[in-house]
Write a protein that binds this ligand. Structure first.
Ligand SMILES: [Cu+2]
Length: 176
């Protein structure tokens, strides 16, 4: 015996199932085609010892080690600290169309790092290192903004990112 379903109810089942499938398809499209997906690095650190040489990874997040440098495989790595209320370093110059790995840690509370018009957007959870590898496809100046409310100065928390063509990028001047 077939179950009776009211025609109106049937229509809504189709509509809601259609919406679910559409949402899933959009997510899949942006993940596969646009390369937009949630960052998935899980690496635990002690946020209270970030500034110490005896801290994380031999002081990876010490003030003098922040900024752009070359990783062990020759790749570009940006080490950054988010703290109330700013990003350190506050200004970064990076080459166009080049893979850059960001390693970002919070010194205090939950922050976000968002660079509009790029796919760089992640939460910075205290106690964890956020890691993202991306490449920038548009040259120009972009703001780095905090998109997680972190306190009274949240609206003033920002940095600057300058994306320049490869031939104008002087790695020696930017790295240490
Ligand atoms: Cu904030």
């Amino acid at each position: 015996m077939a179950i009776h379903i009211d025609p109106l109810e049937k229509r809504w089942i189709i509509v809601t199932a259609g919406l679910a499938i559409m949402t899933w398809a959009i997510t899949l499209y942006f993940a596969a085609v646009e390369d937009i997906h949630p960052p998935s690095n899980v690496e635990v650190i002690d946020s209270a010892r970030l500034h110490l040489a005896s801290g994380v990874g031999g002081g990876e997040f010490m003030e003098e080690k922040l900024g752009l440098h070359k990783g062990s495989d020759g790749e570009l790595v940006v080490t950054m600290v988010a703290a109330r209320y700013g990003f350190y370093p506050q200004h970064i110059e990076l080459p166009l169309n080049t893979a850059v790995k960001f390693r970002i840690a919070s010194f205090d509370v939950l922050h976000g790092v968002h660079v509009p018009f790029t796919n760089l957007n992640t939460m910075i959870v205290p106690g964890y290192v956020s890691e993202i590898t991306t490449r920038f496809t548009k040259a120009g100046e972009f703001p780095i903004i905090c998109n997680e409310y972190c306190g009274l100065g949240h609206a003033y928390m920002y940095g600057m990112m300058n994306i320049v063509p490869k031939n104008k990028f002087n790695i020696a001047a930017e790295t240490h």
